[in-house]
Design a protein around this ligand. Structure first.
Ligand code: IDP
Ligand code: MG
Length: 139
């Protein structure tokens, strides 16, 4: 059975474009409910740990540099079929391939600075949510 929660970050490029509000509006209007939210900045070490699955890939160092370059908004979202529906809402990793109207199509800068993160499985949604939020920070 598909899980009801996913994890997202509004990445430093989108925060820098003053797009937190517009992105949250799209997320809310798609039926997702905010269960936890934090405005924070990752250290290089934390960004490296979050993206450890990509360690060794050609884009890893740049990704860690980018993700620690400015503040992000970390959010746990709830909705039926959350992981799959949220991936559809954000669009493809490379905004050049992201469908019209998706968050990455609307707000991404390039394949690295692609505006938002979205968990790729229920298992990773739990791991990523636990990375940022304690039980008392969820509502
Ligand atoms: P996803 O965010 O759509 O799940 P992943 O393959 O998990 O995509 O990659 C994680 C993040 O790494 C991407 O969101 C993007 O910021 C960055 N990234 C992925 N592929 C590339 C690339 O080819 N060049 C530069 N950055 C990339
Ligand atoms: Mg991914």
């Amino acid at each position: 059975m598909a899980g009801k929660q996913t994890f997202t970050m509004i990445k430093p490029d989108a925060v820098g474009k003053n797009a937190i509000g517009p992105i949250l509006k799209i997320i809310n209007e798609a039926g997702f409910v905010v269960k936890a939210m934090k405005y924070t900045q990752l250290t290089k070490a934390k960004a490296g740990a979050f993206y450890t699955v990509h360690n060794g890939k050609p884009f890893y160092e740049g990704l860690v540099e980018f993700m620690s370059s400015g503040p992000i908004v970390a959010i746990i979202l709830e909705k039926e079929n959350a992981v799959e529906d949220f991936r559809e809402l954000i669009g493809a990793t490379n905004p050049e391939n992201a469908a019209p109207g998706t968050i990455r199509n609307l707000f991404a800068t390039n394949v690295q600075m692609n505006a938002v993160h979205g968990s790729d499985s229920d298992e990773n949604a739990i791991i990523e949510s636990d990375f940022f939020f304690s039980k008392t920070e969820r509502f």
